[in-house]
Ligand binder design. Structure first.
Ligand code: PLP
Length: 413
């Protein structure tokens, strides 16, 4: 294969049909942001929209805004927009709470739909909060439910007549490896179990088709590829076929059939609204809507093509520029098998990443030794892959990472 040059990267940027979207983000000068998989970048339209919601809706119209500005339905409206990104229908997705809390609600609801089955099955390397929430739920139920953990690849074979729910994260947060959503969902259904997908590293990163795979439930983040801002509310999906039987345990008034009747008895609302619990965070929802609108405009099919091109380019440049510098590719080599990130293992990964961040190349680190580089295709350029690899190669060759300040662990890595 011929060498890739900086000019080649510039030419790819000139030919990029999505190039214009970069200008819609407020990215700081001198920074190459490869962490949109942890906290998406700030869309330029977000500040103006929040200012409008704060001054005109909250400030001027005060409580009238719940009706006048549609606040009471905003969680469903933004949910319908996210539905378009993940292969769901209108009315199957709602924005609410955090991913962790939504996992709790859906897992509990799933266990009620599969009485007599004791096991929630997942993989050992699933994202920790997913596993922790399952453990808390099983303990609380006190009825012999258990979390069964198997190695990746062993999931489909471990589903049996005792399995109530199988839950997995579609894109592995460390390696970026994709699960086969349709095949695993089918294996769960063949054994009579339900399937819950965590789409935290999928939504806004690649096209997802929940209904084509016949998924039962899904959850996902608002603050990663959806660009909703720090702590943005999460979303959850319940397939329409489950809506009537679906009963979640956090039965707050926002999920009630008539919240403003103020009756003493809980009665669930029809449809996805019954997945709600308390009052929605309107400012955060308004910010999330802007982020989601950007992805709809970008088109997930086009975004996926660019994402695969960027991650392929990054891997190829690392091979070309730092072949012998102690980096081991953790992500699948084939683009079709990875999400929108590339991870490398390095014995000093934490310090190397800190040295990169000091140079304005922002990725992140996941214990024990994985450096993650996320490629949000809406706002990254091919040239960014070039510049990031040039910096990485220099940091490794010069041992610039080998300083006490770069080894000191911060609270968030
Ligand atoms: C980021 C992430 C979460 C985060 O959950 P929160 O409740 O928002 O903190 C959960 N699961 C996965 C797979 C994630 O990547």
């Amino acid at each position: 294969m011929s060498r890739v040059t900086r000019d080649d990267c510039a030419a790819l940027d000139r030919a990029d049909p999505l190039a214009r979207f970069r200008a819609e983000f407020d990215l700081p000068e001198g920074v190459i942001y490869l962490d949109g998989n942890s906290l998406g970048a700030l869309p330029r339209a977000t500040s103006a929209r929040l200012d409008q919601v704060i001054r005109d809706e909250w400030g001027s119209d005060l409580i009238k805004s719940w009706n006048a500005h549609g606040w009471i339905d905003l969680a469903l409206k933004v949910g319908d927009k996210i539905a378009r990104l993940i292969g769901a229908q209108s009315g199957e997705v709602v924005v609410t709470d955090s991913t962790s809390i939504n996992l709790f609600k859906l897992l509990a609801a799933g266990l009620r739909l599969r009485p007599g089955r004791r096991v929630i099955l997942s993989e050992r390397d699933n994202f920790p909060t997913d596993l922790y929430m399952i453990q808390g739920l099983c303990e609380m139920l006190g009825g012999g439910h258990e979390l069964r953990l198997v190695e990746r690849g062993g999931v489909a074979g471990a589903i049996d007549a005792d399995t109530a729910i199988v839950t997995l994260t579609q894109v592995d947060y460390r390696s970026g490896e994709l699960h086969d959503m349709a095949a695993i969902t089918k294996a769960a259904h063949d054994a009579g179990a339900l399937m819950l997908w965590d789409l935290c590293h999928s939504a806004g990163a690649l096209p997802v088709d929940l209904n084509a795979a016949k998924a039962d439930f899904a959850v996902g983040c608002g603050y990663k590829y959806l660009n909703g801002g720090p702590g943005a509310p999460a979303f959850l999906f319940v397939a329409a076929r489950h809506h009537d039987a679906f009963a979640q345990p956090l039965t707050g008034w926002m999920g009630h059939a008539e919240p403003f009747a103020f009756g003493p008895r809980y009665r669930p609302a029809a449809g996805i609204r019954r997945a709600l619990t308390g009052t929605p965070p309107i400012l955060s929802l308004a910010a999330l809507e802007i982020g989601v609108d950007g992805l709809i405009a970008g088109d997930m099919t086009a975004l996926r093509l660019k994402s695969m091109a960027l991650t392929d380019l990054f891997i190829r440049l690392v091979e070309q520029e730092c072949a012998d510098c102690g980096l081991a590719l953790v992500s699948p080599l084939a683009a079709a098998q990875r999400g929108s990130q590339v991870s490398f293992r390095h014995a000093e990964g934490y310090a190397v990443m800190q040295a990169l961040i000091a140079r304005g190349i922002i990725g992140d680190f996941r214990a024990p030794d994985v450096m993650r580089f996320g490629f949000a295709p809406l706002y990254l350029r091919h040239m960014d892959a070039w510049d990031a690899v040039a910096a990485l190669s220099d940091v490794l060759a010069s041992r610039a990472w080998d300083r006490a300040e770069f080894r000191r662990r911060a609270a968030v890595t």
